[in-house]
Design a protein around this ligand. Structure first.
Ligand code: ZN
Length: 682
């Protein structure tokens, strides 16, 4: 039965391009889901847009000496193109700087204000006197009160996901000047989340215990159990949507208040264009609302936005928020600032027309229940061993043989053997198997079921061997090819959510416009005898080791560049007195012996002549030096460091190290061969 769906995908933040983490966490699963719903005959509004307000954009604009509008215009265009390039089928991709959004968000705020849903409060907020600026959100970092992460932002800790007020941070520091902020009074409007606690408990903790993903449910439960507090929804900033009430001059809406309303304004914009009624998609109980997001957005989509919708009163609430965990890249966290990422425009340059390969690799390895790692080796294996060797190989054999034996005209089958019948029955079962996985947001599983159908096709051909029977039994060969073509046709439809570009190519080759998921189970045959198909066309091609090495080298280069950049900007430590310095006793020494500490990667156990004595020092340099390379080295030793036991060995001092220009560890070397060990350095 056809149903109405509003599917939203997290609004990407317009301060940089999109990388594979975004694609894997949000946009590919949301697109698979939306395409699937359309193929099964539902009414879908798939909505997204650029999030163009907030502090990081103003910081970036300041850094580059341009206006915030310049920044968002640039990245909105880049991001929008990437989505189109990767076949993400948004019905509307809007932006929060659009007029319709400013109006919608302002009205939403006013409605809550008029209904007395805010608490107005003059409170002391963090202030940077030198910059003449209140320090909200990303203008301030400090220690997270929940997990102890020392680089938490003012509104959210990226380490534990907790959302808090800037004044909750321990030892806050201004991002603009590095100063310790002072407190200054200012008026703001707060959304009293505590007032909605009971509703959130009933709606999520009781109502969605079974159907929401455990990682989402667990986070939400922990926040609610900790107790919810009022959150300011306005800011003392100049970039954003002006607070539309008296007393709000010079203030804007908090970016996380306006951004989710962006889903509503983008729907309005689309509905106006398509001649539809937007309210059907947001205010009708028959509509299913689903938010696709990454795990860092859970608090905003499961607590704050629903509280806003509930307070407003006329909106539906999300049926599900299937947030994914994080995707890591080659063992490390993806990071825009550290350039540890695979950017979509770069990917397309290196792998032109291979969008489906990335979509597939990211889906087959999606971080659905826990953080997961993207490796280029896995990407290569998914392509070469699955897409090329199984899926592509099957389709290619079917099309080539049909052309070779029958000039591309599907042959008339004779009696079906029991294997043929079982095979066709198995094909008919696949739509509901894949549906069931997709409807439970298990896209990895769904993609593997799709591959299983291709495997079934391959096995059928390998067992029935039409290339042999063509010499002995023409009638049997016709039947086998007929059955194989039915499998190919089913694959061309069922792969569309996952491999949309390949699906289009296959439908073109098979000369088939049938696009209905449900027909595969219900129709007797999918491609009739006498139907003319086209010529074979390569669907996937092998990815060579050299191509993968290029990608690994790129990552290595950004690691090096990042290390160099970090070194350049590391701030000076706190001042010390001359007396503090004279407490350090640093001597010239020589390494006499060295051996690897058993069962460790990093530690070498060194015997060092310090001139005072011969002692043992454990040093964390084993990843950079082999024991035999350091014996005889002149070194600089801090000799009066209190002894410390490491893995049962007492270390009596520290060898001073630094890094060379390529980021490799090197000794701080006295480089004066004539001096005796024990010479003091001061
Ligand atoms: Zn934290």
């Amino acid at each position: 039965m056809s149903k109405r769906y509003t599917i939203t995908a997290a609004l990407p933040y317009t301060n940089g391009p999109i990388h594979i983490g975004h694609l894997a966490g949000v946009y590919v699963p949301a697109d698979i889901y939306s395409r699937y719903l359309r193929l099964t005959g539902n009414d879908v509004a798939f909505i997204c847009g650029s999030d163009e307000h907030g502090v990081p954009i103003t910081i970036k604009a300041k850094k580059e000496g341009v206006t915030p509008q310049d920044i968002v215009d640039k990245y909105h265009a880049i991001i929008k193109t990437s989505f189109e390039d990767f076949g993400i089928t948004f019905d509307n991709y809007s932006r929060t700087s659009a007029k319709v959004h400013h109006n919608t968000a302002s009205e939403f705020f006013k409605t809550l204000y008029d209904k007395n849903e805010f608490v107005e409060e003059v409170s002391e907020q963090l202030y940077d006197a030198e910059a003449n600026q209140f320090l909200a959100d990303r203008f301030v970092i400090g220690t997270c009160p929940k997990c102890g992460n020392e680089e938490s932002y003012g509104d959210q800790c990226e380490n534990c996901g907790t959302s808090h007020n800037a004044t909750d941070l321990i030892s806050p520091k201004s991002v603009i000047t590095g100063n310790v902020p002072t407190l200054k009074e200012t008026k703001h409007w707060f959304l009293p989340l505590n007032k909605h606690e009971q509703f959130l408990k009933e709606w999520i903790l009781e109502g969605h215990k079974k159907d929401w993903k455990p990682n989402v449910y667990g986070q939400v439960k922990s926040w609610i159990d900790d107790g919810l507090r009022p959150r300011a929804v306005t800011r003392d900033l100049d970039w954003g949507i002006p607070v539309p009430i008296e007393g709000g001059e010079g203030k804007v809406l908090y970016v996380w208040f306006d951004a989710p309303i962006g889903y509503i304004s983008a729907t309005k914009e689309w509905a106006a264009r398509e001649g539809k009624n937007w309210e059907d998609y947001w205010k009708n109980d028959d509509t299913t609302l689903v938010h696709f997001i990454g795990k860092d957005n859970i608090v905003f989509h499961c607590i704050i936005f629903p509280a806003m919708l509930k307070a407003e009163g006329s909106y539906i609430l999300p049926e599900n928020v299937p947030a994914n965990e994080f995707l890591n890249l080659e063992g490390s966290k993806l990071s825009t600032s550290k350039n540890w990422a695979v950017w979509l425009p770069d990917y397309l340059q290196d792998f032109p027309n291979q969008q489906d390969v990335l979509r597939y690799a990211l889906t087959a390895n999606a971080p659905e229940t826990k953080d997961n790692d993207f490796t280029w080796k896995d990407f290569q294996a998914r392509n070469n061993n699955e897409l090329v060797a199984i899926f592509g190989n099957f389709i290619n054999r079917v099309v080539v043989l049909t052309n070779k034996y029958y000039n591309g005209i599907i042959p008339e089958p004779s009696d079906l053997s029991s294997i043929d019948q079982e095979t066709l029955a198995a094909v008919k079962a696949y739509p509901s198997v894949i549906s069931s996985s997709i409807e439970r947001y298990r896209f990895r599983e769904a993609s593997q079921e799709l591959m299983n159908l291709a495997r079934l096709g391959n096995k059928y051909l390998a067992d029935e061997e039409p290339w042999k029977t063509i010499k002995t039994d023409e009638e049997r060969t016709k039947t086998v090819m007929f059955v194989a073509l039915q499998i190919a046709s089913a694959l061309s439809v069922l792969c569309e959510p996952f491999l949309p570009f390949t699906s289009a190519k296959m439908k073109n080759i098979l000369n088939s416009r049938d696009n209905s998921w449900n027909n595969i189970s219900s129709k007797e045959i999918l491609l009739p005898a006498d139907h003319q198909i086209g010529k074979a066309e390569l669907l996937f091609s092998k990815i060579e080791d050299a191509q993968i090495q290029v990608q690994l080298d790129k990552l290595e280069a950004s690691k090096k560049a990042n290390e160099a950049a970090n070194k350049a900007i590391e701030p000076q430590k706190k001042e010390i007195t001359f007396d503090d310095f004279t407490k350090l006793d640093i001597r010239v020494g020589t390494i006499l012996e060295a051996e690897k500490m058993p069962k460790t990667k990093k530690l070498l156990v060194l015997t060092v002549d310090t001139g005072i004595d011969t002692r043992t020092i454990v040093s964390g340099i084993a990843e950079s030096f082999k024991p035999e390379d350091v014996v005889g080295k002149r070194v600089t030793v801090l000799v009066n460091l209190a002894p410390r036991r490491l893995r049962g060995v007492e270390s009596q001092g520290m060898i001073l190290m630094t890094e060379n220009e390529s980021g490799d560890l090197v000794f701080v070397n006295p480089d004066i061969a004539e001096v005796d060990n024990g010479l003091k350095i001061s």
